[in-house]
Design a protein around this ligand. Structure first.
Ligand code: C5P
Length: 221
């Protein structure tokens, strides 16, 4: 089996502040992005890793992230567009599964990656997710507009896995219709595809806030 991994890393990471995007923060001599890339490259079933970066990082990343199974391409205005451009960089059907993974989720487990890959082979699309423990309210003008039943909710994680043709179709359709989703699994479901939910891991958090950087630093020290 051969897996293509796409890592959209073209975000500016503005929520954390600072002058460089969070995926380029260094811990123990390696950036968060490099650590994510290395984890996938260590997996023999990964045939290629494509990283989509912002234009002003392209030349530098093409130099720093080089290797046999590694490719760096220019990302787009949105995460979705970055993923689409990465997918356009390959031809044909040499891969069985495409996995899309956030550049700032270095702590995914091998088990949930494996489970999502296997489920995508069977059902076409799959993602790791965890139960929601907080109550989630819809808010309008500063007041509660709706309270969702958390028994029906999960928090989406990555790697999200797809049959290549399915992901291509979903992203092309969304681009043509001007639809912007916040993840690819949600888009696939929107277009009527079955998207299997497999067990994620609470430790697989997305480095988003300054305290997440501290947590990551502690795990790597
Ligand atoms: O904004 P969010 O945290 O959802 O971003 C998730 C991932 O998408 C990050 O890895 C980020 O770098 C990437 N991204 C991208 N291109 C954009 C915006 C975000 O590749 N234009």
């Amino acid at each position: 089996m051969s897996i293509l991994v796409i890592i959209p890393a073209a975000g500016s990471g503005t929520r954390i502040g600072g002058d460089i995007p969070k995926q380029y923060r260094t811990f123990g001599g390696r950036t968060i992005l490099q650590r994510v890339v290395d984890r996938f490259l260590a997996d023999d079933s990964v045939g290629r890793v494509i990283v989509a970066v912002a234009d002003d990082w392209l030349a530098r990343m093409q130099q720093e992230l080089s290797g046999d199974r590694l490719q760096v391409v220019a990302g787009g205005e949105t995460r979705q567009e970055s993923v689409r451009r990465a997918l356009l960089a390959i031809e044909g059907s040499e891969f069985d599964v495409v996995a899309v993974h956030d550049s700032v989720r270095p702590f995914f487990t091998d088990e949930s990656f494996r489970a999502a890959v296997e489920a995508a082979r069977v059902d076409g699309a799959a993602l790791p997710a965890i139960p929601v423990t907080d109550t989630i309210h819809g808010v309008s003008n500063g007041t509660i507009a709706a309270t969702l039943d958390r028994r029906d909710l999960v928090a989406a994680q990555t790697p999200q896995c797809f049959r290549p043709q399915l992901l291509r179709e979903v992203l092309d359709r969304a681009a043509a219709e001007g639809i912007q989703g916040t993840d690819e699994a949600g888009l696939a479901a929107r277009y009527g595809f079955t998207v299997r939910v497999v067990a994620g891991d609470p430790g697989n958090f997305k480095i988003t806030r300054p305290e997440d950087l501290e947590l990551a630093g502690a795990r790597w020290s």
